[in-house]
Design a protein. Structure first.
Length: 134
């Protein structure tokens, strides 16, 4: 599927499963001014306009990438696992998307509440799952 920033300088060809993940952590809320919605790329996306992408390493494990021209939040790169999560709002063809998981629900800002009954995890639940050695 095609995804594109607001000004069109950055575009992506992304293979994903149409599952949208929502994060309510403090960093994502600061980044997105609310919950951050993303889809996970199944394979490395084909990116056009790399010269317009700026990367900000917000933690040891995550780079937040945005368009230098228009400021659109384009994707996050998860360093240890070499994975990409793409801003769900970049896809014009999103009618088959569905919210599959909400993370850090106990950190959700008090000024919004998603009415969706999708599965969710608190910060403690997410961190416990992430630290498992399967």
């Amino acid at each position: 599927m095609k995804a594109q920033c607001l000004c069109g300088a950055v575009s992506l060809e992304v293979e994903h499963n149409q599952h949208v993940y929502c994060c309510h952590c403090e960093r994502c809320r600061t980044w997105a001014s609310g919950a951050h919605f993303a889809v996970e790329a199944i394979v490395t996306p084909k990116i056009t306009g790399n010269q317009y992408i700026s990367r900000y390493q917000s933690s040891d494990s995550l780079e937040r990438c945005f368009c230098k021209q228009c400021g659109t939040h384009v994707f996050s790169y998860i360093i240890p696992s070499d994975r990409y999560t793409i801003n769900a709002g970049l896809f014009k063809e999103n009618q088959n998307f569905h919210l599959s998981m909400q993370y850090f629900t106990d950190l959700q800002a008090p000024y919004y509440h998603l009415s969706d009954d999708s599965p969710s995890m608190t910060a403690a639940e997410f961190l416990a799952q992430s630290s498992r050695k399967d």
